[in-house]
Ligand binder design. Structure first.
Ligand SMILES: [Zn+2]
Ligand SMILES: [Zn+2]
Length: 179
């Protein structure tokens, strides 16, 4: 999960990476806590371009993530295909350049040391960003009945229309009183 600058011959390098979940500790932890789980392998395609000491990376990731639907609570799989751009800049050795370091962070630049790009953190971040915040298995998902909890995609229940029809709800109240 690292690249040495000397491997970018002629200024440009295109490289594919096939990663496992174990390569990304944060994603592994989320999956183990019953959160979204990426399926292996995670396929990255990266194009590195050197411009002086800067290295620009155009990347693409293709993966499948297992998510829990926010409406019906079922697990479903979603394909993820994202493109992203990263810029690496050498870390300054001078302590008095702390202000510059801060600026570097604010610009969204990633620092590198010893002529080596560490890819694990920035790639993990891309995968974290790609996880949908409110996943829904299908835009037509009917969710769970708020009264009896059945999955309305799989079956109908008798209580579905109750809140929308006053006449029936009155009848249902009478029926309850009889008991
Ligand atoms: Zn659903
Ligand atoms: Zn119901």
């Amino acid at each position: 999960m690292r690249l040495e600058l000397k491997d970018i011959k002629g200024g440009v390098l295109e490289q594919g990476y096939s990663c496992s979940l174990a390569d990304f500790p944060e994603l592994l932890a989320i999956a183990q806590q019953d959160g979204p789980q990426y399926k292996e392998p995670l396929e990255f395609y990266l194009r590195f371009q050197r411009t002086g000491s800067l290295v620009e990376v155009d990347g693409r990731v293709d993966a499948v993530v297992r998510l829990r639907c926010g409406r019906c609570l079922q697990i479903f799989e979603s394909s993820i295909s994202e493109t992203f751009a990263l810029t690496f800049t050498p870390q300054s050795q001078e302590t008095e350049e702390e202000d510059l370091e801060l600026e570097v962070e604010q610009l969204g630049l990633i620092t590198y040391q010893d002529e080596t790009l560490e890819l694990r953190e920035p790639l993990q971040e891309q995968l974290l960003l790609a996880i949908p915040i409110s996943p829904v298995c299908d835009s037509k998902c009917l969710g769970l009945c708020p009264h009896c909890g059945v999955n309305l995609n799989e079956c109908q229940c008798s209580c579905v229309r109750k809140p929308f029809n006053n006449k029936f709800s009155v009848l249902a109240d009478i029926a309850l009183k009889k008991d």
